[in-house]
Design a protein around this ligand. Structure first.
Ligand code: T46
Length: 134
């Protein structure tokens, strides 16, 4: 199981004349899929996220446009991912603080390991920095 945020490359089938298809299947993902949600029409000056999760693991994909994902782990390791290919996603393990910014045309699809549970969120950065992990 991956424990740090990392890029996942999905298969890209097709060609420029016909177009492409990418596929996500449980057997090729770091977790079993329980939920999919998508966000869109986020103004460019808005940051979404700003939280971590106790148990949720996710993969964010820019199916359209560009998404900048800044992550931080409890040990202070920070990374910046730029998603701009629909066949690429960023894997967010549990306890990864994440903040996202979107281009005007961005559509973010999120593949998630759990159903929605508000109590799984850590929304206070100071609480996140107190997490003992790893
Ligand atoms: C995450 C990032 C990448 C629901 O009722 N059900 C859901 O499944 C989700 C995802 C959200 N909501 C409600 C909760 C809030 O009232 O939708 C509203 C917006 O959620 P939030 O402010 O958490 O949105 P983001 O874009 O900051 O975060 C979302 C996910 O919530 C979060 O788990 O990791 O996308």
């Amino acid at each position: 199981m991956h424990t740090i945020p990392s890029i996942i490359n999905f298969p890209k089938i097709g060609n420029s004349k016909q177009g492409y298809i990418s596929i996500a299947e449980n057997e090729n993902l770091p977790f079993d899929v329980k939920r999919i949600y998508w966000t869109y029409f986020t103004p460019e000056d808005v940051e979404r996220g700003g939280h971590a999760h106790h148990d949720l693991m996710q993969i964010l994909i820019a199916v359209s446009g560009k998404i900048i994902v800044n992550t931080e782990m409890p040990d202070g390791t920070k990374e910046r991912f730029v998603l701009s290919s629909p066949n690429q996603g960023v894997y967010l393990p549990k306890y990864s603080w994440h903040v996202m910014q979107y281009s005007h045309n961005a559509v973010q699809m999120c593949i998630a390991s759990m159903v929605y549970e508000e109590k799984d969120y850590i929304r206070d950065y100071n609480d996140f920095k107190k997490v003992k992990y790893g």
